[in-house]
Design a protein around this ligand. Structure first.
Ligand SMILES: Cc1cc2nc3c(=O)[nH]c(=O)nc-3n(C[C@H](O)[C@H](O)[C@H](O)COP(=O)(O)OP(=O)(O)OC[C@H]3O[C@@H](n4cnc5c(N)ncnc54)[C@H](O)[C@@H]3O)c2cc1C
Length: 470
């Protein structure tokens, strides 16, 4: 008899922060023999898109004191920092640490959980999962190299997908070597001459990443930035905590009224010497609840009218990065255009990009050597060409949420199939839960999801395990 059927196996697809943390919790808390297979298509495990950067200037946008991987051990990251002679003296709880250091921390978290696990066994598989087949009470994971293996549960920790190309009538420029569609590629900034002008599409955190990385490599040329509103993320500022002024019971259920209340509170706060940031931060513990109790039409209204303002106020940038960007703006090296790209016209030496200015019929043409798409991660799962997503979609095993900003999930993270039936063996966490939770992409939210999901998996598998091992 195949001895595989006696093992309890959990497959985790994706070894960014989300997948790695689920694996670490399973290893730490397993109370029966369990095999965890973590599959990552990139050569580096445990870092994912955010923490796999090579640039020193890419800083966390949350201070070190709030970046523990474990919700019930808030000092964990700071204690790890103390073990590093190169960091121990310089990093304080309010320091914004380089993201690549945080990647090393996550890798250590996994290694330690693996080394001390009583019942868990971890297998790291460097491969791409391209399909999942249902097989009675188990599922089969199929890899790009042709291997397959069965698992009792699968966690899709697929994370951040590349941005979509901005819509435009003539898309031919998107095949040009001057166009970089994937801003997090390690090669996005190679072969740029120091004096070349560059156009960054999008003005959010990804754009700031690219701008400071250009500075790090000594770039002198102009940096043009274009986005519909031309708004940049605000910088962090240390503020004293602001008392809760809303609860899920008292909060209005329409976007207009909700933001009227928030604006009024901000006004009051500023009048008494507080900062608007503190007011917004006081909403964080209930943001998911506020989101969930909005009717679908109101959620749509938020995405259409408020999202952009929410993003630049809520997803703030470290003071160090903000300072660098201010220097670029003040010197004229960086120019921000509010508008939409109308056309690209490429010749042998560069590309002319026509930008229709916001709320006008005026067009400005900028000439650059490279164009980089920094519009942020695409989250409409109906569009993805990703082989695994196509496979799951074609079998009806997943569906987009009603807003098409993630996947439809049950409260425990189990995926809903095309008919809305809750899966017994497919789960997700992190960015794909955006439609359900809205606030789900940063470490403080994902670390809670990882701990809870691991517990849920252990509980649902414990029956299976006792059946096999008793
Ligand atoms: C640039 C950036 C900076 C950020 N900075 C911060 C910050 O400072 N503080 C904060 O709190 N949050 C930050 N975030 C948000 C948050 O921490 C990340 O979104 C989070 O790390 C998400 O982790 P993840 O594992 O879900 O996704 P990802 O990091 O995207 O990892 C998913 C992994 O899955 C792999 N994968 C996908 N499909 C397959 C497949 N079929 N087979 C095998 N492998 C696959 C990918 O290669 C990838 O490594 C940042 C996000 C980004 C994008």
């Amino acid at each position: 008899m195949n001895k595989d059927i006696f093992r309890t196996t959990i497959a985790i697809i994706g070894a960014g922060f989300s997948g790695t943390l689920v694996a670490a919790h399973l290893l730490k808390n397993a109370t029966f023999p369990i095999e965890i297979k973590i599959i990552e298509r990139k050569s580096v495990m445990g870092k994912g898109v955010a923490y796999g950067t090579k640039y020193e200037s890419h800083l966390l946008n949350v201070p070190a004191g709030k970046m523990s991987a474990f919700p019930d051990d808030p000092e964990h990251f700071l204690r790890w920092i103390k073990t590093r002679p190169d960091l121990a003296e310089i990093v304080k709880p309010d320091t914004f640490v380089p993201r690549k250091i945080y990647g090393e921390y996550i890798q250590t978290v996994l290694k330690e959980a693996e080394a001390t696990s009583q019942y868990g066994r971890l297998e790291r598989i460097k491969n791409e999962a391209i399909a999942i087949q249902a097989d009675r009470d188990r599922v089969i994971v199929c890899l790009s190299t042709g291997e397959k293996f069965p698992a009792h549960k699968i966690v899709l920790a697929l994370g951040n997908f590349p941005p979509s190309d901005p819509p435009i009538a003539d898309r031919s420029f998107y095949t040009s070597l001057r166009y970089i569609s994937y801003p997090w590629s390690p090669h996005a900034l190679t072969d740029i001459e120091p004096n070349d002008a560059v156009l960054l599409i999008g003005s959010g955190l990804t754009m700031l990443d690219l701008a400071v990385a250009l500075t790090e490599q000594g770039h002198q040329g102009e940096i043009h930035v274009v986005s519909r509103h031309g708004l940049l993320p605000h910088p962090h500022k240390f503020t004293k905590p602001y008392p809760a002024f809303l609860s899920s019971e008292t909060a209005p259920k329409t976007i207009r009224s909700l933001f009227r209340v928030v604006r009024r509170e901000v006004k009051n706060a500023i009048a008494q010497g507080d900062d608007w940031r503190a007011v917004l931060d006081s909403l964080r513990p209930i943001t998911q609840q506020l989101w969930q109790q909005l009717p679908l039409d109101e959620q749509r209204r938020f995405l259409r009218h408020v999202r952009i303002y929410w993003e630049v106020h809520r997803h703030r940038v470290s003071p160090g990065v903000a300072e660098k960007v201010a220097t670029m703006l003040n010197s004229g090296q960086m120019r921000v255009h509010a508008g939409r790209i109308q056309a690209y016209e490429e010749d042998a030496d560069g590309v002319n990009v026509a930008i229709r200015k916001r709320q006008t019929t005026d067009t400005e043409v900028v000439r650059v050597g490279r164009v980089i798409n920094c519009t942020g991660t695409e989250c409409d799962y109906r569009k993805f060409q990703h082989p695994l997503i196509q496979n799951l979609r074609s079998q009806g095993l997943i569906r987009s949420d009603a807003l098409a900003i993630g996947l439809d999930v049950a409260p425990n993270g189990a995926l809903l199939d095309v008919d809305g039936v809750v899966s017994q063996n497919l789960y997700t966490l992190g960015p794909p839960r955006q439609g359900r939770l809205w606030e789900t992409t940063a470490v403080p939210e994902i670390r809670v999801q990882a701990a809870t999901l691991a517990k849920e998996l252990m509980q649902t598998l414990s029956f299976h395990s006792s059946f096999l091992h008793n």
